[in-house]
Design a protein around this ligand. Sequence first.
Ligand SMILES: [Zn+2]
Length: 321
Amino acid sequence: MKRINFILGVFFVGCLLGTGVLSAGTESAIKPSAKPDNGLAILMEKHSISHTTAQVTPTVCALAGIQAPETAIALPIRDVTDFWSNLKKKDGKPAEDVIEKALIFCPDATGNFLVPIYPDDWKPLFDSSDVVVKGTNVLPSVTPVCFGAIFTGAPPEIHGIRKYQDKYLPNPIKVKTLFDAFAEDGKKVIIISQKNCSIDLIFRNRPIDYISVKTSKEAVETTKKLLNEYDLIICYDGNYDSIMHGKGVHHPKSIDAMRDSIRWYFELVEAADSVWAEKNRLTAFIPDHGAHDTKEGKGTHGTSMADDAIVNHFYRLRSGK
Ligand SMILES: [Zn+2]
């Protein structure tokens, strides 16, 4: 497993010089042609982190040999694409082989802030992933704004959702998504999520399928049953987020939900390995933001602070038998 977390001294030099171009720190994560003050760069700069969560879309497109949406200003994560190239070589696969199946599990609010406090729970995820990417999200660090960036590769000012309430607008995502890119390539795509949650609402009216369920557990079980039928599956788990908002980020019931997220992901990985054994495949654990407690002891998020802004994305790749 490879962990990526570069400290970017040079970044600040670029900022101080005020050169008007992207500083060294964002160069490998964001297109050089992007505006220097774009919404992906803000939190990378603040936390000296060289990756953005918006790199999910260009990375998954690159692995699948599909053109990323033109409006994506994030770039593929080199360590993930390099890992795939090396794996193909090791497994004696042709260099032109691409990922045929992808399962993206979205455990809401399970940010990096949980990792040092519950290391034993997170260790299996770090140990079993091929590449773990620590990245920053976008502002405000709330679900529809963050998943908007994750699944478009674009910051809020480009993808269209600038605040939480925008999720209720008709067709709030104004640009092409990862899902459009896959559908245009003839792939079958489905989003499985709880009814009326952000992910259930904001990506509607695309040539893909949607299943709205009542619970995260049901989303996971439905995903297992549908692996055979789809090429790209998004499985959303809002459990930790909804419990911590009511009880606080470290309440035993919240931590039970965090543990469920990790356990469910492993169940999905096992199911994908079985059903997709002959396919080149990706499974990924992709949260949107973290959280912190208010003075009253309730969980919240939306700020630029590290607890809200920094998340780990876990990538696992296997070539087909
Ligand atoms: Zn969220």
